[in-house]
Design a protein around this ligand. Structure first.
Ligand code: NAD
Length: 140
């Protein structure tokens, strides 16, 4: 990522303290963006704060949140928007697939967390983009 293009941009990463989410959050930070991460796991949040937020204190907001709860997701979006003045990217990494032996189980897990939450996040995110007119809008 070119650093110049991510300065003054903000990315929200759900599941942002897990494997992929954290790597993505760190890549955004390295590229100059602000990052809001949320995760359901308190220990992972604490570790993220200790190892990542401490290196980028002005650019990170780490929140414990269960993204299956609508009111909690709204709060995360609202806090991120308020702190950084808008959101330019939303990366939906929160989820759990712990059984690879059953297609039905994977579909159930996908439907209950990632898919449903991605739709809800789109509802919250696009009005923020329109209001901010920051020129970028990415929901991944
Ligand atoms: N790693 C892979 O090869 C791979 C392949 C296909 C799909 N995926 C999907 O990509 C996503 C990220 O994968 P990963 O390897 O980083 O997994 P991971 O388990 O390391 O990270 C997922 C994170 O989501 C968090 N989380 C789970 N439920 C949540 C909820 N309700 N609210 C908020 N946070 C929640 C977990 O605490 C965890 O930190 C997962 O959903 C996974 O199913 C991963």
């Amino acid at each position: 990522m070119s650093q110049q293009s991510f300065i003054q941009k903000t990315a929200l990463v759900t599941g942002g303290c897990g494997g992929l989410g954290r790597a993505i959050a760190e890549a955004f930070l390295l590229a100059g963006a602000n990052v809001v991460v949320c995760d359901i796991n308190a220990e992972l949040i604490a570790d993220f704060k200790e190892k990542v937020s401490s290196a980028y204190p002005e650019c990170t907001l780490a929140l414990q949140a269960d993204i299956t709860r609508d009111e909690i997701v709204e709060e995360v979006f609202s806090k991120g928007e308020k702190l950084f003045g808008g959101l330019d990217f939303v990366v939906n990494c929160a989820g759990r697939i712990d059984r690879f032996d059953a297609v039905a189980e994977m579909v159930r897990a996908w439907d209950s967390t990632q898919c449903r939450c991605a739709y809800q996040q789109a509802d919250l995110y696009f009005p923020i983009c329109r209001k901010g007119r920051r020129g970028t809008a990415s929901l991944l």
